[in-house]
Design a protein around this ligand. Structure first.
Ligand code: FES
Length: 166
């Protein structure tokens, strides 16, 4: 019978560290047994809703808010490092922090480049009548994911979280 290998903290681009996390405090989020490979969990700590994911590269912790319009990614689907949002078909790489597919609504990518609306079936994009809502979609920028540093200590997954008011 093989022993279970404990998860590791996945590396992430340091430029994408969540504001305040570097000077934050370590907080226990889950026992490692609660996060098997390919699992995603939402953990709420104060005002923070966190997405805790066991990717092939290790455990990552980000905000549980889609970088597009803030839907909870924890109820999306995971394929390797890529999480698919339950709204608008956006896909995001948890290992790099980058979007890998723009939402169906179009809008601006992280570099500010405009992408038009599209249809998941490859058919005609949904009609987007001109007006304030269409303008809001056009100006919505997809962000890169932000990360909270992770460590595994004595069978627990911990993340460095900003100190409230700190
Ligand atoms: S809220 Fe996630 S793709 Fe739009």
């Amino acid at each position: 019978m093989g022993s279970v290998v404990p998860p590791i903290a996945a590396p992430f681009p340091s430029a994408l560290t969540a504001p305040g996390a570097t000077a934050g405090t370590w907080v226990t989020l889950l026992d490692v047994a609660e996060l098997p490979p390919a699992a995603m969990r939402r953990v709420t700590h104060g005002e923070l809703d966190l997405l805790v994911v066991h990717t092939p590269a290790g455990v990552v912790v980000t905000d549980d808010r889609c970088p597009h319009m803030s839907a909870p990614l924890s109820i999306g689907t995971l394929d390797g490092c890529v999480v698919a949002c339950p709204l608008h078909e956006g896909r995001f790489d948890l290992c790099s922090g980058n979007p890998v597919r723009m939402p169906t609504t179009g809008g601006l990518d992280p570099d500010g480049v405009y992408h038009s609306t599209w249809s998941p079936s490859g058919g005609e994009p949904k009609i987007d009548p001109p007006g304030l809502k269409a303008e809001a979609r056009r100006l919505t920028r997809v962000r890169r994911l932000r990360y909270y540093p992770v460590r595994i200590v004595a069978g627990a997954i911990e993340a460095a979280l900003p100190v409230p008011g700190g």
